[in-house]
Design a protein around this ligand. Structure first.
Ligand SMILES: Cc1cc2nc3c(=O)[nH]c(=O)nc-3n(C[C@H](O)[C@H](O)[C@H](O)COP(=O)(O)O)c2cc1C
Length: 258
């Protein structure tokens, strides 16, 4: 029987789902998710984002770009490429015939809000999917390999691929993942610096939770502690520097104009 759940409860219990039972989402349902997504607030009505649904024929190509995520990519009911889009807003503003900022190299606010808008639309889509009983996971490969995704999806200049939103039928029931204590992220009147002890405590909590879930082995396929994995992921070695140089170049040409 369908269990009635309040939206608040649904939000409080949400977690990323990375194992899906293989299924395909009917176009009408995908459309409902997108229609809910676009009700998110957006900067100046500009809706500086685009969502592209990944067709069946592109799944294998996508899986090649997303290392070790074949199962997730092939089993997800629907996959949406979420982009920050300054192309359409620039064209729209051009129709007004004024010297609009998006045709210049100085639009820091519009650039940041394109990412912000895309984040909001993604959040709304995640919630809509949850309401309809689906789980979801975000994958970051598009922003890591922007040129490859831009080529594959024929993105015009000004459109930046950010993430893949993968939605599907839950094939796992992971625990709620840890969060920083609310008083480390939410203040009244003024910012309060977190104490090193509080931060260390949270790192320990994260390590314990990830160990309990066997997170790194299960999702990354590596046999190491989570914090070691985090260090590995965030060390600016030569390989990461080369990758990030390419990301930076793409962003400077297509998104970040300041
Ligand atoms: C911008 C962004 C990028 C993310 N990229 C990935 C990713 O590449 N792979 C992945 O497994 N999860 C990714 N996630 C999901 C986070 O890892 C996840 O939300 C976080 O671990 C908290 O877990 P929870 O969503 O289950 O609460 C991403 C989330 C965001 C917001």
């Amino acid at each position: 029987m369908l269990r009635r759940r309040s939206l608040l409860k649904l939000l409080r219990e949400r977690r990323s789902i990375r194992v899906f039972k293989r299924s395909r989402m009917p176009d009408e349902v995908a459309r409902l998710i997108v229609e809910a997504g676009v009700r998110a607030p957006s900067y100046s009505y500009l809706q500086e984002y685009s969502m592209i649904m990944v067709g069946e024929d592109l799944r294998k190509e996508i899986a090649k770009l997303c290392e070790n995520q074949d199962e997730l990519i092939m089993n997800a009911a629907a996959i949406f490429l979420i982009c920050a889009d300054l192309n359409r807003p620039a064209r729209m503003l051009s129709l007004l015939g004024h010297p609009n900022v998006l045709r210049t190299n100085k639009h820091p606010v519009e650039s940041i809000f394109a990412v912000f808008d895309a984040g909001l639309v993604t959040a709304f889509m995640i919630i809509a999917a949850e309401i309809m009983g689906y789980g979801s996971a975000i994958l970051d490969y598009p922003i890591v390999y922007p040129s490859e995704f831009a080529r594959l999806f024929q993105l015009p200049p000004g459109v930046t691929p950010l993430v893949l939103l993968c939605v599907g039928e839950r094939g796992e029931a992971p625990p709620l993942r840890p969060r920083l204590p609310i008083d480390l992220v939410f203040f009244k009147n003024s910012y309060r610096e977190a104490g090193a002890d509080d931060l260390k405590k949270y790192l320990r909590k994260m390590e314990e939770a990830m160990k309990k879930e066997d997170y790194v082995r299960k999702y990354v396929g590596l046999d190491m502690e989570y914090l070691d994995y985090l260090k590995l992921k965030t060390t600016l070695d030569d390989e990461l520097k080369k990758l990030y140089d390419a990301v930076e170049k793409f962003l400077k040409e297509n998104l970040m104009k300041f």
